[in-house]
Design a protein around this ligand. Structure first.
Ligand SMILES: *[C@@H]1O[C@H](CO)[C@@H](O)[C@H](O)[C@H]1NC(C)=O
Ligand SMILES: *[C@@H]1O[C@H](CO)[C@@H](O)[C@H](O)[C@H]1NC(C)=O
Ligand SMILES: *[C@@H]1O[C@H](CO)[C@@H](O)[C@H](O)[C@H]1NC(C)=O
Ligand SMILES: *[C@@H]1O[C@H](CO)[C@@H](O)[C@H](O)[C@H]1NC(C)=O
Ligand SMILES: *[C@@H]1O[C@H](CO)[C@@H](O)[C@H](O)[C@H]1NC(C)=O
Ligand SMILES: *[C@@H]1O[C@H](CO)[C@@H](O)[C@H](O)[C@H]1NC(C)=O
Ligand SMILES: *[C@@H]1O[C@H](CO)[C@@H](O)[C@H](O)[C@H]1NC(C)=O
Ligand SMILES: *[C@@H]1O[C@H](CO)[C@@H](O)[C@H](O)[C@H]1NC(C)=O
Ligand SMILES: *[C@@H]1O[C@H](CO)[C@@H](O)[C@H](O)[C@H]1NC(C)=O
Ligand SMILES: *[C@@H]1O[C@H](CO)[C@@H](O)[C@H](O)[C@H]1NC(C)=O
Length: 594
C-alpha cells in the first residue's frame, strides 16, 4: 500500500532543480523552458499522482490507499458563481482515499483539483460544505484553480461526496457515531488541508524552502468549518475567506425553530403572503435610511432604530395561488397554497416583532439573538392545511432534524410536531446542544492569538439580510474575539488591533451567502479569496471589499455605509447608536456565550 513512498523520495531528490516560484517563472522565459514544458497532461496521470502522495508520516494516524488514486483532465470548463469571477478553467481532477488506522471499515475520500504547471501560483485552497454536507461538490472548488492553487474537498468519511453527515451520525438509535462528529466538526478539514498541502508540494516539486501559501474558502456550514480550523490550527492556513458561519452551533440549529414556536405561542400562523408583504414594506421604508433609495437596505441597524413595524398593519396584500412543488430551501416540499388576500394584521406584526426580537425564556432572560429587519422570513414558514382550511407550522428541516436526530438521537429527518414546545424548551435544547458538542461543533473559541502570531488573516463576510444565520451572530463572535484578545484596550484601539488580522464585512441587502432577489442590484463580495491573498502575500489591507451589483464598496465593521448628497457621496461611518443595536445581552446563560 505504501510502495509510493520510495518513488516519492526519488522524485524529491530531483526536485531541487525545479524549486522555483512559479509566479516569478512566468516573467522569466530564459531559464524556464524546461519547467514550462511540463504540461498538465504530463502530470495528470495515475502513476504521477501516486508518486507524489504524501508520506505516511505527514499525518500520523492515517494510511493513504495509493491503489485508489484516479486522475482525469478537465479542460475548457466554464464556471461561474457569486464566490469567484466567471472563468474558463482546466485542471487535473485527482481523487484518492485514506483510512484512519485502527478504525474498522473506515474510508475517507478526497478530491484535489490541480492547476496546470504554468498557472500554479504556489497556493493551496481548502473549500467547505453547507447544511449537513461537508463539501459543496464542484460549487466552490473552482475558486482555487482560478487563483492558481491546488484546491480540495473531502467527503468526511461519510461514504461518498454526496453523502451528508446525518446519514452516518447514528450507529443505532441512541448511539452516536462520535468519529463522524469529530470528522464533521473539524478533523476531516484538518486532514484535507494537511494532506492537500503536502500533495501540492510534491506535485510541483516544491523545495522545502519555497513558501506554499494556503487558504480556505467556505460559507454557512462551510464558514463554520473554516473557523474550526483557524481556531485550532494556527499555522494551517495563511488566510481564510469565511462567509456567514453556522457557528455557535448549539444555538444556531435550534434557532431555526423559533419562528414556528413564536407562532404557536402567540396562536397565529401568518399566510406567507402576509409576511412577504411585511418584508416588502420594511424594505421600502428602510431602504432610504442609508441615504440612497436604491431598493437595498444597507443599514438594517437604522431600520431597527427607526422603523415602526406597526405602521404596516392594515396594508393590503394579495398573492396568487401556487402549485405544489419542491422548495430549494430546507423545507423539503412546498404544499400548494390558495390565493391569499387580506390586510396585514396586528397578530402578524406581533409574530414578526417577537421573531425579530429573538427568544426570551419564561424568566424574561434573553436566550438568543435574531435576524435583521428586512430579511426574508424563512424560519417562520407556514403551510396550508386543505383539510382544515387553516395555516399551520412548516417545521424547519435543519431545526427539526437537529432536535430529532442530533439531540434526541432518533433516526429521523424531522420533528413531526412542536406541540408543547415552549421558549423554555428551545432554551433547554440550545444548552443541551452547546454542552454535548462544545468541543466539536460550537466553534466559537474566541482566542485567536496563535493564529495572529502565525501571521494568518481572516476576511469574514455576512449578508446584512441573512435569513438563515442571523447577521448579529457574526458580529457577536467578532466582538467576543475583540473582548477576549484586547479586553484591556478601548473600543477603537481594540478594533484597530483586530484589524491587523481579522476583519468583518456586512454585505448590504445580501441574503444567506448570496445576493437577495428582493433587493436586486445589491452586492456580493465575489473576490473575497483574492482579497485575502493580496492581504497575505502583498500586505494589501482590505479597508473595504469590492462588490458585484450596484454597490462597489462594502464597509468593514464597525463602520457602516452612509450616502449623502442624494447618492453622490459615500462613506463608511462610525455610529455608536447603530453599533449598539447589534449587541445582545444573553443573560439566560451563566457561562460566557462567545
Ligand atoms: C530570471 O533569471 C535570471 C537569471 O537566472 C535571474 O537573475 C532573475 O532573477 C530571474 N528573474 C525572475 C523574475 O525570476
Ligand atoms: C470550449 O467550450 C465552449 C463552450 O462550451 C466551446 O464553444 C469551445 O469550442 C470550447 N473550446 C475548446 C478549445 O474546446
Ligand atoms: C473527478 O473524478 C472522480 C473520480 O473519477 C469523479 O467521480 C468526479 O466526477 C470527477 N469530477 C470532475 C469535476 O471531473
Ligand atoms: C517534478 O519532477 C519530476 C521528476 O523530475 C518530473 O517528472 C515532473 O514533471 C516534475 N513536475 C513538475 C510539475 O514540474
Ligand atoms: C414583494 O415584492 C416582490 C418584488 O420584490 C414582489 O414580486 C412580490 O409580489 C411582493 N409581495 C407581496 C406580497 O406584495
Ligand atoms: C385575490 O388575489 C388574487 C391574486 O392576486 C386576485 O386576482 C383577486 O382579485 C383577489 N381577490 C380579492 C377578492 O381581492
Ligand atoms: C429509531 O428511531 C426512529 C425515529 O424515532 C424510529 O422510527 C425507528 O423505529 C427506530 N428504530 C429502532 C430500531 O428502534
Ligand atoms: C402535550 O402535552 C399534553 C398534556 O400534557 C399531552 O397530553 C400531549 O401528549 C403532549 N403532546 C406531545 C406531542 O407530547
Ligand atoms: C471611535 O472613533 C470614532 C472616530 O472614528 C469616534 O467617533 C468614536 O467616538 C470612537 N469611539 C469610541 C468608543 O471611542
Ligand atoms: C435624487 O436622485 C434621483 C435620481 O437621480 C432623483 O430622481 C431624485 O429626485 C433626487 N432626489 C433629490 C431629493 O434630489
Amino acid at each position: 500500500m505504501n510502495s509510493h513512498i520510495s518513488l516519492r523520495r526519488l522524485v524529491a531528490a530531483t526536485a531541487v532543480a525545479y524549486a522555483v516560484n512559479a509566479a516569478s517563472l512566468s516573467d522569466n522565459c530564459t531559464t524556464t523552458s524546461e519547467v514550462d514544458s511540463v504540461s498538465l497532461e504530463d502530470i495528470c496521470t495515475t502513476a504521477y499522482a501516486q508518486s507524489v502522495l504524501p508520506d505516511t508520516d505527514s499525518y500520523p494516524g492515517i494510511t493513504i490507499d495509493s491503489t485508489s488514486v484516479t486522475t482525469s483532465i478537465v479542460t475548457n470548463s466554464s464556471v461561474s458563481s457569486e464566490w469567484y469571477p466567471a472563468s474558463t478553467i482546466e485542471y487535473c481532477n485527482v481523487t484518492f482515499a485514506y483510512s484512519h488506522n485502527g478504525i474498522k471499515d473506515d474510508i475517507v475520500h478526497v478530491t484535489y483539483w490541480v492547476p496546470s504547471p504554468d498557472s500554479f501560483q504556489n497556493r493551496y485552497v481548502s473549500t467547505g460544505g453547507g447544511g449537513l454536507a461537508i463539501n459543496s461538490g464542484s460549487e466552490y472548488i473552482p475558486s482555487g484553480i482560478i487563483v492558481g492553487a491546488v484546491s480540495g474537498i473531502t467527503d468526511g468519511g461519510f461514504g461518498s461526496f454526496d453523502t451528508d453527515w446525518d446519514a452516518v451520525f447514528l450507529l443505532a438509535n441512541g448511539t452516536i457515531n462520535w468519529q463522524s462528529v469529530y470528522m464533521f466538526g473539524y478533523q476531516a478539514h484538518r486532514e484535507l488541508a494537511t494532506v492537500g498541502k503536502e500533495l501540492t508540494r510534491n506535485f510541483f516539486n516544491m523545495s522545502g524552502s519555497t513558501k506554499l501559501y494556503s487558504y480556505y474558502q467556505g460559507c454557512s456550514e462551510g464558514g463554520r468549518e473554516g473557523w474550526s480550523q483557524v481556531q485550532r490550527f494556527a499555522d494551517q492556513f495563511d488566510g481564510a475567506a469565511i462567509g456567514a458561519p453556522a457557528f455557535r452551533y448549539g444555538q444556531q440549529q435550534v434557532n431555526h425553530l423559533i419562528g414556528n414556536v413564536v407562532e404557536q405561542t402567540l396562536g397565529y400562523y401568518p399566510p406567507p403572503c402576509e409576511l412577504e408583504k411585511v418584508m416588502n414594506l420594511t424594505i421600502a421604508a428602510c431602504d432610504p435610511m442609508d441615504g440612497l433609495a436604491d431598493g437595498i437596505i444597507s443599514r438594517s441597524d437604522l431600520c431597527k432604530l427607526k422603523f415602526d413595524l406597526d405602521s404596516t398593519i392594515g396594508e393590503a396584500y394579495s398573492c396568487a395561488a401556487t402549485e405544489a412543488g419542491v422548495d430549494s430551501s430546507d423545507a423539503p416540499q412546498t404544499q400548494g397554497s390558495p390565493a391569499q388576500n387580506g390586510t396585514v394584521t396586528a397578530e402578524a406584526i406581533a409574530v414578526v416583532s417577537a421573531y425579530l426580537d429573538g427568544i426570551h425564556n419564561s424568566e424574561g432572560e434573553r436566550v438568543y439573538l435574531s435576524y435583521q429587519p428586512g430579511a426574508e422570513f424563512d424560519d417562520t414558514a407556514t403551510q396550508f392545511d386543505p383539510e382544515t382550511g387553516a395555516w399551520g407550522p412548516s417545521i424547519s428541516g435543519l431545526g427539526g432534524e437537529w432536535v430529532g436526530r442530533f439531540l434526541e438521537l432518533r433516526d429521523t429527518n424531522t420533528l413531526s410536531t412542536l406541540d408543547n414546545v415552549t421558549y423554555d424548551t428551545l432554551e433547554e435544547w440550545m444548552k443541551l446542544g452547546m454542552q454535548r458538542y462544545y468541543d466539536s461543533l460550537q466553534t466559537t473559541y474566541p482566542d485567536l492569538s496563535d493564529f495572529e502570531a502565525a501571521g494568518g488573516k481572516v476576511i469574514h463576510v455576512h449578508g446584512e439580510q441573512d435569513f438563515s444565520i442571523p447577521t448579529a451572530s457574526s458580529v457577536r463572535y467578532y466582538e467576543s474575539v475583540r473582548g477576549v484578545m484586547y479586553g484591556g484596550l478601548g473600543f477603537n484601539e481594540s478594533v484597530a488591533a483586530l484589524d491587523g488580522f481579522y476583519r468583518l464585512y456586512l454585505v448590504p441587502g445580501a441574503g444567506h451567502c448570496s445576493t437577495n432577489g428582493y433587493q436586486p442590484g445589491g452586492p456580493w463580495p465575489q473576490t473575497t479569496l483574492q482579497a485575502v491573498i493580496k492581504w497575505v502575500e502583498d500586505g494589501v489591507e482590505p479597508d473595504t471589499l469590492g462588490g458585484t451589483g450596484n454597490i462597489d464598496t462594502i464597509c468593514r465593521w464597525p463602520l457602516r455605509p452612509l450616502w449623502s448628497g442624494n447618492g453622490t457621496s459615500f462613506d463608511c461611518v462610525y455610529h455608536q447608536e447603530s453599533i449598539d443595536t447589534w449587541s445582545y445581552a444573553l443573560d439566560a446563560y451563566s457561562v460566557p456565550l462567545y
